[in-house]
Design a protein around this ligand. Structure first.
Ligand code: PEP
Length: 254
């Protein structure tokens, strides 16, 4: 069966001091987590600090974005080789804030996923519909398009070395969580889309839910058959909240 996975997306939050306090608190609490893989995705500048504090622990780390290019005149970008210099396991790609605020297209997200995998980094590929798209009844069309764009570039079996995060845009940072049933419906659709191309890949790929996951709703979401954990924004910044969500992973592991 699939291992539960909980990843924290710190977004543009933190300081040297808060990173140290948060990770030390997490390290103290990790003894209570035995079945769930736990990762944090800090802002780029804190990756070396995270790597130093988390080395030798079961906490993994990753970036919030990555360049599709290898090196060169790309001001402000960070290459996969640089993430490897600091032992990143994961790179989030296609987060809705990057799609919306930085104009990232489905094709760009696909290229970033391929670049990450080419250097042994596991992309956490974010997909999800806006409120307008949900109200129009085109959720499946939207997430299908976003995912197919990636599959067209990396191939369906490469999803075995990727994580998918279904994050309805209307639920991110809004406090409006998708109900477990709403989330499960879309997760089941995503898994079926993959199964139609390759059943073994569909069985293996972890599909996380993201969007206002909190300590008090995590267990009901993660308990759904096609939800394998969560990508957590706001609640990943507080030790107790984040660790409670990780424990929900353990409690729902099958
Ligand atoms: C996110 O940014 O990926 C996210 C899910 O944020 P939040 O948990 O704050 O809604």
């Amino acid at each position: 069966m699939r291992q539960p996975f909980v990843a924290g997306n710190w977004k543009m939050n933190g300081s040297r001091e808060s990173v140290e306090a948060l990770l030390n608190g997490m390290k103290d609490a990790m003894g209570s987590i035995s079945k769930t893989e736990v990762a944090v995705c800090p802002p780029f500048v804190y990756i070396p600090q995270v790597a130093q504090i988390c080395a030798g622990t079961s906490i993994k780390w990753g970036s919030q974005d990555v360049s599709s290019e290898k090196a060169g005149a790309y001001t402000g970008e960070t290459a996969t080789s640089m993430l490897n210099d600091f032992d990143c396991t994961y790179a989030i790609v296609g987060h809705s804030e990057r799609r919306t605020l930085h104009g990232e297209s489905d094709e760009m997200v696909a290229k970033k996923s391929a670049a990450a995998q080419a250097d042994g980094i596991i992309p956490i590929i974010c997909i999800g519909e806006t409120l307008e798209e949900r109200e129009k009844g085109i959720t499946e069309e939207v997430v299908g398009r976003q995912l197919n764009a990636v599959i067209d570039v990396i191939g369906v079996q490469a999803l075995q070395k990727a994580v998918i995060a279904y994050e309805p845009v209307w639920a991110i940072g809004t406090g409006m969580t998708a109900s477990p049933e709403q989330a499960q419906d879309v997760h089941a659709y995503i898994r079926k889309l993959i199964a139609d191309k390759d059943a073994a890949t569909a069985e293996k790929v972890q599909i996380l839910y993201g969007g206002s996951v909190k300590a008090d709703n995590a267990e009901s979401l993660f308990g759904m058959p096609d939800i394998d954990g969560g990508l957590i924004g706001g609640a990943s910044l507080k030790v107790e909240d984040f660790m409670a969500i990780c424990r929900a992973g353990d409690n729902t592991a099958v």
